[in-house]
Each structure stands twice: as structure tokens, then as C-alpha cells.
Design a protein around this ligand. Structure first.
Ligand code: NAP
Length: 483
């Protein structure tokens, strides 16, 4: 196997919100794993910034504890752990005031790439961008990284884009959707565009419909305050599921290059038919199997926020005309799994009497848990006595196929290093973000106007009955939610 890892130049990475949950659980462990893999360049520095006053030593202790909890393998790599600790620094900086900014400017090296990761609440994004500019800390080559929630609707997304755009060029802004950093999601592009097998069939002539499922077994506990103002449509569909839909349906870009890929994704979003209430199902989990209900985790006892949503979506273009895409995502479902299921049409003519009873070819691209591909095919059942048909899976688990040494890096490992490399391919562009909101907003307005209430579903089930009906009425059915 030939592999070529694009080197990462030395950098100064400032993590605003370095004492927060995201930094502790995801960002710092991801950076450490890059160090373990020998991919942290000599001279890389990670500078934590948050409100509280901490010495460098106290921050190092904080990071050591975070690694012990979220990356226990750190203890087996004492040399890398020591080097990682040496790369850390800390400064108290007030995003809303003037404290710390001059000191931060002095800490950063003049000829080194600067990246500012805003791991803070979204109300601080504009404040920090403005101060980085005002204090001349951002250079023309600096990068700024933000992540969801990137707006609450089109207006707020436009306001955010305008605020960031006043201080940084689009080529400097990295909007993280961590789904794009997942190996399997990138693999979707490799499967489609690095194999000649699928692409000729990837259209309305051969595809009957597509199902995209992102099921979570966890509920909203701990995040109820945020989630209740958001809901499944805003929290999962506008961003993550939209990205999966785009990568599944986009035309082949001429090159694997940031703007070529993002141009193609944008064309898909622009081709989406407006969402209609009758093609949507909202759900909210109630207590079940010993688990609490959604309403137990939020303040409003009469909340209408959906913890589940299913949609029938149409991509109104030449390739996909007439092919429905069914999307569903929810919390507290039977199990945690994500997959893209491409259901093919049946052969146009059957020479086998039994054929009518056989299912169509189905290609399942599993994103989690066990990443891989399964192609369900029809073959002859072995043995004499006539031509009997049976269905078999052609199954490939990537972990098995690539061997024990295969380590799927966490999305953040890949994405942070891409920021430093200056590669925006796996980050959302501002126009993409706005178009996605422009597509989502009218459905939310329609739900509100109609007084639509989410349908209850049992915790641990596969969602509300109405979600099944969304496909039944088209003579189709969901694949089971199972691991
Ligand atoms: P968090 O645990 O509440 O941490 C917030 C961080 O912001 C803390 O380090 C805090 O510093 C710092 N901060 C707050 N006000 C500040 C100010 N005025 N000046 C400087 N620093 C300030 O939040 P989080 O869960 O890490 O989330 C951070 C961002 O990532 C949010 O936008 C969130 O929506 C997003 N996100 C989080 C997750 C996740 O898994 N947690 C997942 C996806 C997206 P002090 O500790 O010093 O107060």
C-alpha cells in the first residue's frame, strides 16, 4: 500500500475555551494522538486561552488529567507525553474585554502559522474575531476555526458570516462539521470517485431510493438547555446529514480540491426541493426501558422540540429526478448507528419465476459502529432441484480488510491538521452554510405556523410510528435500526 502523509508545518495553535468540555474531551486528546503518531511538527505550540487565571504548570496538569481520562494510552507513551506537555502554554484572555490580548500578541511567533480555534459559545465568535483584528494578532495567513452551532437560522448565519468576514477572508475561515472529518465520510468520496463500478449506476436509472440514518442511543441529558432551543432538524440535519446527502449526491468534482468539492456540494443544496410538512415527521422520546423521557431533561415541561426527525427529500436535478432520499435521525433510539443505504431498482425483466419475491440490490455504507460496506446480492441457492434464488451479503469491514494496524483517526485529528496545512476541502464554506439554513428555515416556520407537535416514541425504539408510515405510503420500508 502506498501512503503519502502531507507534512504539517510548525504552528502556534491558540485554543480559546481550552478549559472547556470540547477541548478536554476532543481537541487536546486529538492533538496528543497526532504527537503519538509522530505527526506533530517540531516547534508546534498549543496555547490555551480561557477566562480563568492559570499558570502554565496548572494548565499542563489540567491537560494531563484530561488525557488520563480521555486518552489513557498517553500513559504508555511517556516520551511523547513529555514533548506534548512542553508544547503547551496558557494565558488568561477575556473574549469580551481587553485582558490578555497584548500578552497573547507577544506570545505568538512572527513567522509561524497562527490558528485560532474558537472552542467557546457562539456568542463569543464575533467578539474574539474582532479583538484578534483590533490587537493586530491575526495576520493575513492566520486561520480561524469555528464549529456548530453556526447560526440558529439563515439570519443569524448571515450575521455570523458577516462578522467573521469583516475580520478574516473566506480562505482563512474553517467551519468545522466534524462529520466531514470521519474516515468513512471521506471514504464515501473514495468509493464513488476512485472506483469505476458504482458511478455509472449512481443515478435515477438504477437507484430506487436512498436512506440516510444517524441514530443515537444517548438522550439529551446534560445538554437539555442547548438542545431544547435547537432540536434534531437544526442540530443534525442542517449540518451533518446535509453533508452526507451532498457527498452522496454531488457530481464528481474535477479535482479533490477545496473549492471544486464545495462548489459541487453547493449545487446539490441549491437543487433541493423545498421541504413540506407532509414529508416530515417529528418525534420526542418518552420514558421507556428504564430510561427517562426527553421532558425530564429540559426546563419547559410542555416543550415541542423534536428529538427525532424523518424527512423525505428530493434532489431536483438531472441525475436524481424522481429518486426520494429518506433521512432520519434521533436521540434515545434502539442503538447507535449511522449508515447510507442505496436501494437499487429491480432488474427490468425477470427470467426466474422466483425473482419477484427477491429484494433488490442494496448497497449499505456503514459509518458507525463497524465502518464498512455491504452489497446485498441475489445468487443461486446451492444444490440441485431447480433454480432457487437467495440473497447474500457481500460484506467488507474496513477494520478487517485493512488489518490490525488500521487506526481510524478521530475526526478532530484530521481536521485540526488540515487547518494547519491550509486545506479547506473538509470545511463548510460560508455560502454552503447559508444555503443549508435557507432550505431548513421554511420547514421550521411551517411547523410553528401549523402548531405541529412532535409524536411520542418510546426510548429505545426506532422512532415514532409515523416515520414508518412516511415510507410505507411510498411502498417502501426503512432498514432496521440495529448494530
Ligand atoms: P464549555 O465547557 O462551557 O467551555 C467554554 C469555554 O469557554 C471555557 O474554557 C471558558 O473558560 C471559555 N470562556 C467562556 N467565556 C469566556 C470569555 N469571556 N473569555 C474567554 N473564555 C471564555 O463549552 P464546550 O462544551 O467546550 O463548547 C465549546 C463550543 O463548542 C460551543 O460553541 C459548543 O456549542 C461547541 N461544541 C461542543 C461540543 C462538545 O462536545 N462539548 C460538541 C460540538 C460543539 P473558563 O473555563 O475560564 O470560564
Amino acid at each position: 500500500m502506498v501512503s503519502r502523509v502531507i507534512p504539517v508545518p510548525p504552528f502556534d495553535l491558540v485554543i480559546f475555551g481550552a478549559t472547556g468540555d470540547l477541548a478536554r474531551r476532543k481537541l487536546l486528546p486529538a492533538l496528543f494522538r497526532r504527537m503519538q503518531e509522530g505527526q506533530m511538527p517540531e516547534g508546534a505550540r498549543i496555547i490555551g486561552a480561557a477566562r480563568r487565571k492559570l499558570s502554565r504548570k496548572a494548565f499542563q496538569d489540567f491537560v494531563r488529567e484530561a488525557l488520563a481520562e480521555f486518552e489513557p494510552s498517553a500513559a504508555q507513551s511517556p516520551k511523547q507525553l513529555k514533548a506534548f506537555m512542553q508544547s503547551l502554554d496558557y494565558l488568561a484572555v477575556d473574549a469580551k474585554g481587553d485582558t490578555g490580548w497584548t500578552g497573547l500578541g507577544k506570545k505568538l511567533r512572527p513567522d509561524t502559522i497562527r490558528a485560532f480555534y474558537l472552542s467557546v459559545g457562539p456568542s463569543l465568535f464575533g467578539e474574539i474575531a474582532t479583538r484578534l483584528n483590533k490587537h493586530d494578532i491575526a495576520t493575513p495567513d492566520s486561520r480561524i476555526v469555528v464549529e456548530k452551532p453556526l447560526g440558529h437560522d439563515l439570519n443569524s448565519a448571515q450575521a455570523l458570516n458577516a462578522r467573521l468576514g469583516a475580520c478574516f477572508d473566506e480562505r482563512q475561515i474553517y467551519r468545522i462539521d466534524h462529520y466531514l472529518g470521519k474516515e468513512t465520510v471521506q471514504n464515501l468520496m473514495a468509493i464513488r470517485f476512485a472506483n469505476a463500478l458504482f458511478e455509472p449506476l449512481w443515478n435515477s436509472h438504477y437507484v430506487d431510493h436512498v436512506q440516510i440514518t444517524v441514530a443515537e442511543s444517548l438522550g439529551v441529558e446534560g445538554r437539555g438547555g442547548y438542545y431544547d432551543r435547537s432540536g434534531a432538524l437544526r442540530d443534525m440535519v442542517q449540518n451533518h446529514m446535509m453533508q452526507l446527502l451532498c457527498l452522496t449526491t454531488m457530481e464528481p468534482p474535477a479535482k479533490f480540491n477545496a473549492d471544486f468539492v464545495r462548489d459541487e456540494k453547493l449545487k446539490v443544496i441549491r437543487a433541493l426541493e423545498p421541504l413540506r410538512i407532509k414529508d416530515s415527521v417529528r418525534g420526542q422520546y418518552r420514558a421507556g426501558g428504564g430510561e427517562a423521557s426527553y421532558l425530564d431533561h429540559v426546563e419547559n415541561p410542555d416543550s415541542h422540540t423534536e428529538s427525532f426527525v424523518a424527512l423525505k427529500v428530493e434532489v431536483d436535478n438531472w441525475r436524481w429526478a424522481g429518486v426520494p432520499f429518506y433521512l432520519r435521525t434521533g436521540k434515545r433510539l434502539r442503538t447507535r448507528m449511522s449508515e447510507i443505504v442505496v436501494v437499487c431498482k429491480k432488474p427490468p425483466h425477470s427470467i426466474f419465476p422466483e425473482m419477484a419475491a427477491q429484494g433488490p440490490n442494496v448497497l449499505v455504507i456503514r459509518l458507525q459502529p463497524d465502518e464498512g460496506i455491504t452489497l446485498h446480492m441475489t445468487i443461486k441457492e446451492p444444490g440441485p432441484g431447480g433454480m432457487r434464488l437467495t440473497e447474500v451479503p457481500l460484506d467488507m469491514s474496513f477494520a478487517e480488510a485493512l488489518g490490525d494496524g488500521h487506526h481510524a483517526p478521530d475526526a478532530y485529528e484530521r481536521l485540526i491538521m488540515d487547518v494547519i496545512r491550509g486545506d479547506q476541502t473538509l470545511f463548510m464554506r460560508g455560502d454552503e452554510l447559508e444555503e443549508a439554513w435557507a432550505w431548513i428555515d421554511p420547514l421550521i416556520a411551517a411547523w410553528t405556523e401549523a402548531g405541529d407537535r412532535p409524536k411520542p416514541y418510546d426510548a429505545g425504539s426506532s422512532g415514532p410510528e409515523d416515520a414508518l408510515a412516511l415510507l410505507h405510503r411510498d411502498g417502501r420500508k426503512w432498514r432496521e435500526i440495529e448494530s
